[in-house]
Structure formats: C-alpha cells, structure tokens
Ligand binder design. Sequence first.
Ligand code: TXA
Ligand code: MG
Length: 331
Amino acid sequence: MRSDQRCGLIVAADEKAIARAARLLRDGQLVAFPTETVYGLGADAENGRAVARIFEAKGRPRFNPLILHVASVALAARIGELSPLSRRLAERFWPGPLTLVVPRAPRSAVSDLVTAGLDTIALRVPSHPVAAALLEAFAGPVAAPSANRSGHVSPTRAEHVAADLGGKVAMILDGGPVTIGLESTIVELSGGTPRLLRPGALPRTEIESVLGTRLAAPVSIETDRPVAPGMLESHYAPRAAIRLNQRTARPGEALLAFGAPPAGHQGPIFNLSPEGDLIEAAANLFAALRKLDASGAPVIAVMPIPEEGLGEAINDRLRRAAAPRHPPLAP
Ligand code: TXA
Ligand code: MG
C-alpha cells in the first residue's frame, strides 16, 4: 500500500473532487493542487484564518507575502490595479507561469496576511487544467505558496506534498507530475521600471521582448535583502515605534494586546486574540499594526506573544518592526 493511500488525502482530480476541493476552500480549509510550475498549498485569500493556516502548515518562521491565484484577467483586475503595461504582459502570458506584483485595489477583501501588510499584491493565472478548474469552481482568489515545508524543495508530484504536509491539508488534488517543476517568474509593475523579483519558469527575455525594455535587476526578496541601496524591503513598516514584551502601555501609547489585556488601558488598543489563539492573532496582525499606526500614537506597546507555532512568525515580524529603520527616516 502506498503511504498516500494510507492517509487517504490524495484524490484524483476529477470533476467531483474539484467541486469538493472548492467547498473545502470555502470552509477555510487547506487544499493542495497542481499548477504548471509546482504544487501549491491553497487557502481562501479572503479568509485570514485560512491564510494563517498556510504559514502554520509550512512551519515558515516568517510571513512572506503570498501569490494570489485567480481564474481570469478580469478577476485579477478587481484585486489589483493593472496598468496598460501589466495588461499587456497578462494578455500575452496568462494563463501561464508569470506572477505580476501590482498595486492592491483599494476595496479588495483580500486578507492583509496574504500581502504581509503591503500595498502591492502578487497575482497569477495558472494554466494547469486542474488549477484552472479549481479556481473556476471556487470563483475567488486562492493564496498559494509552494506546498512544501519551509526549507524543503518545492513539490512536483502529489506524493511529495503528502510526504511533507500529510497531516496538515484537508485534501491533495492529484493532477500527476507537473510539467515545469520551477516556480513562476515574478515581475513587479508597481512603480517606474518593471523589475524582475524572482527569475522563474518564464524566461526574462520573453518578458523583455513584450515590454520593449530591459527588466531592472533582481532583488533578493527571498532573503529580504535589497541588492542595491534605495530598493525597498518587501515589507510593511509601521511609522510608530514598537516596544515588545510589555504587560502595560505607558500613557499616550497604543497597545497591541494578546490574551487578557491589562485593566485600565486608556489609549488605542487592538487585541490580536483575546483567547490567546495564535492562528487568530496571525490573521489579525497586519490589520492591527495598520490600525494602531493610523491612531497616531507615537509608540505601540506589544504584549508578550509565546514563541511557539505561529508565534515565531508573529514575533519575527514584530521584532523587525521594532528594529531601527534603515535607511534612517529624513529629519
Ligand atoms: O510557481 C509559483 O509561483 C508557485 C505556485 C504554487 O504558483 N507559488 C510560489 O509561491 O512560489 P511562494 O509563496 O513560494 O512565493 C511567493 C513569492 C515570495 O518570494 C514573495 O516574497 C513574493 O512572491 N511576493 C508575493 N507578494 C509580493 C509582493 N506584494 N511584493 C513582493 N514580493 C511578493
Ligand atoms: Mg516556495
């Protein structure tokens, strides 16, 4: 007996299975599915808790923004702002292994956890027939990183997903081995010159020939390190200073609470999870930072958050928000 049959998770991707997978996504569950590049670990992008489960399942110690998978250019255009240049690339290469990072549409319902709080959003329309059918049936955006544990190689067959994430997904749609086996190429079109953020399955020269210009040099988004000065880190940074591990806030400070808040707090407050649930806390994190930042408080005091499960990624994010900014803000 094959191990994947033992866990009963791998299901041949026929019409019935795809309909069931779409229902599981609607219920906030995780579904792994084939794309033409690698297998993805999908969740309803508009459900913050479902998205938090992706990070929990992958054991990722930090929150990287995720790629949104959609069925059509029309749906992509409701979630992100497609400039004429973005549209030209979308029309030429979608469906296919190209991801476009574009400004987020102001009224999109996508969870802040998908974008790690950024104002930009990564979109792609996959060409794999199973991915396309699932997105069509689900009829909304699906956030999906590669379906492997953090630090492991990307899965190219359903069995790889079962071996890595067996106990963590509701279903693995089996569409056979993927054809490309290399992640999508990521191009950012949110500002001036289009930039190559990640080389991938679609050669840069093909993109450049459609654009009629060279793509700016890659930035290491995987390591978070800009390769040239002045290039922004791909993370949202609050304006307020952050004080970690505080049981109470000082007068004038905002409080980012977790669990039972201290009695008598007067200023702005956001409780990540009154019950102390780390999945709920992760789902709320970026919206909470934005809200408290917008309150105008100069400092956000943060209550202690346990360094376990998703707490590791939450604390990583908060520690980086608390660290001195570079380059320093102009006086
Ligand atoms: O082929 C693929 O792209 C696969 C399949 C499943 O579609 N997905 C994939 O997702 O590789 P993931 O989560 O492993 O990689 C997403 C990459 C990360 O490097 C992330 O930093 C970048 O996309 N990214 C997502 N949103 C971004 C944004 N708003 N700005 C900059 N980078 C972004
Ligand atoms: Mg990956």
